[in-house]
Design a protein. Structure first.
Length: 229
């Protein structure tokens, strides 16, 4: 019985000490006790508004505070390309560099196969007008010569962002992507004879394509505006 009384006394003493150190907040107190009074700027002198500290770079919080892991996954964040993509996210916060690369990979295969098979209907919405005209001209010339193409896309070995540019006057973002791919292409004449390529040989493709989109608009579509090696 004496031991129980002693334990109760000790427990009571510890409770009082903890209460003095931690206080008695329940989580329902006035938030101004913790964060200060968020009154309007220009209140009477001595108000809590006068105690607000402006952090350096606060006006450019998207650069310092936003999540740019998607950009870091495709390029050096401090490079010219990286900074162009950061600026792109300032214009359109939902822009995601990794998702763009995934979409570019799919577009690359789709455009290549549509070109080889002469599918101009698929090509038209994916290409800038001048690029479409060039592709369509080649398809028509091939058809006039009685040529047909057997094509099979094997796969992409890699796809890397090479450069990015943001035109701040109209928010047009251009991204160059280097594709390293493999496919089989064989061109046959009207008699079915192979005149170019080989249906049993995998051809290595190395292309530099430039995609463009105007940010901050309702149109999410990217178009291919330039091709090169």
């Amino acid at each position: 019985m004496i031991e129980i009384i002693i334990l109760l006394v000790v427990a009571g003493f510890l409770f009082m000490r903890l209460r003095d150190v931690l206080g008695t907040k329940t989580g329902h107190e006035n938030p101004t006790e913790w964060f200060g009074d968020k009154g309007a700027v220009g209140d009477a002198a001595g108000s809590d508004a006068d105690k607000v500290v402006a952090f350096p770079g606060a006006d450019n919080a998207s650069v310092f505070g936003a999540d740019h892991s998607d950009i870091e996954a495709v390029t050096d964040l401090t490079s010219t390309t990286g900074q162009a993509l950061v600026a792109a996210k300032d214009v359109e916060p939902d822009f995601n560099a990794q998702r763009f690369v995934e979409g570019a990979r799919m577009a690359y295969e789709m455009i290549l196969m549509a070109y080889e098979t002469g599918d101009k209907e698929t090509l038209k919405p994916l290409l800038a007008a001048d690029v479409y005209d060039s592709f369509a001209e080649a398809i028509d010339a091939r058809k006039e010569q009685g040529l047909s193409v057997d094509a099979r896309f094997i796969g992409l070995r890699s796809s890397k962002v090479a450069e990015a540019r943001l035109d701040e006057t109209n928010n047009a973002l251009q991204i160059e992507v280097r594709f390293d791919a493999e496919m089989i292409v064989a061109v046959r004449n009207a008699e079915g004879e192979i005149v170019e390529g080989d249906p049993s040989v995998v051809r290595r493709m190395n292309d530099l394509w430039t995609f463009e989109r105007t940010l901050g608009t309702d149109d999410p579509s990217w178009i291919l505006v330039e091709t090169g090696d």
